[in-house]
Design a binder for this molecule. Structure first.
Ligand SMILES: [Zn+2]
Length: 295
């Protein structure tokens, strides 16, 4: 299932969070969620299945941190391809033919030179390995998400293109800064992000996560994207701003309030709407209900 074809049929419903659902399924703080593709595929499969039953038309693989740098922290640096292939295979088992599987690429967790020690060529090669393994495992296309740096975003887009991804979603994590503007942690505006992403080869531009982002902020981002490009727009919001409880972020926005906010974001022009941190199958079910029946 190609996401771009799906977008031509109307507003597409994405899925909710994977990370916070893994914690609910028993993943300990500091444990590697991506390892569960190899060791607990049944639990990943049930999370995907719950989202599809809730109404998700596009689901995201459990491979957010499955790049060499993040996996290295858990002694899995030599398993990058295996972890990603497994992530896509599990999502495909849940999806069948009717649901689009987005192969997930998250940030490498470090900074590119000269800010940090990571070489741009290495990064592109590693993201290409990740994207290729996701596609080999059956992902319909690639989503690059929660990016803050525009150079890392563009490198990941070029890597996905090098791996011959049928479509590429490029999504950055914005937040509202004290002067009221919306920027990524690295100071990138929605307009800059959309322009650079499309130039690098993205088919869909997006925004996800963001600690202090409200639905109204995402409507602003959607408007800024639309002024910059006519490509489809994907918005995945958190379930509100988190409270820190025993070292863990707790998200309290109700499924109904989340659905209501995302309905507004869709009305502002977003083509694909879903959830990020703290959203659950109940949030997606409420969103699907509201978008399909208006209740
Ligand atoms: Zn998030």
């Amino acid at each position: 299932m190609n996401l771009l074809d799906l977008c031509r049929t109307g507003v597409v419903i994405g899925d909710g969070a994977m990370g916070t659902e893994l914690q609910r399924a028993g993943l300990a703080v500091g444990e590697c969620g991506d390892r569960w593709n190899l060791e607990r595929p049944d639990r990943i499969l049930s999370i995907h299945t719950a989202y599809i039953e809730a109404g998700s038309q596009a689901i995201v693989t459990n491979s957010f941190g499955a790049n060499r740098w993040v996996l290295d922290r858990y002694g899995l640096a030599d398993r990058v391809a295996a972890v990603n292939r497994a992530a896509a295979t599990i999502a495909g088992q849940a999806a069948g033919a009717a649901v689009c599987v987005l192969g997930d690429i998250g940030p490498c967790g470090g900074f590119l030179r000269p800010l940090g020690a990571i070489d741009a060529g290495d990064l592109q090669a590693e993201f290409t390995v990740q994207a290729a393994a996701l596609l080999e495992g059956g992902a319909s296309g690639i989503i690059i998400e929660t990016m803050s740096a525009i150079d890392e975003l563009c490198i990941a887009i070029r890597a996905a293109a090098a791996a011959r991804a049928p479509f590429i979603v490029a999504s950055m994590a914005f937040d509202r800064v004290p002067n009221g503007n919306i920027r990524t942690m690295m100071g990138v505006s929605p307009e800059q992000a959309a322009r650079a992403a499309v130039e690098a080869g993205a088919d869909v531009v997006g925004a996800n996560c963001g600690t202090h982002m409200t639905a109204a902020d995402f409507e602003r981002v959607t408007g800024a994207f639309r002024q910059t490009t006519d490509r489809p727009i994907m918005i995945q919001s958190n379930a509100g701003s988190p409270d820190l409880v025993d070292g863990r972020a707790v998200y309290r926005l109700s499924p109904e309030a989340f659905a209501d906010g995302m309905k507004g974001v869709a009305a502002a022009g977003a083509n694909i709407v879903g959830g990020c941190c703290g959203t659950t199958p109940a949030h997606i079910a409420a969103l699907a209900r509201l978008l399909t029946t208006g209740a």
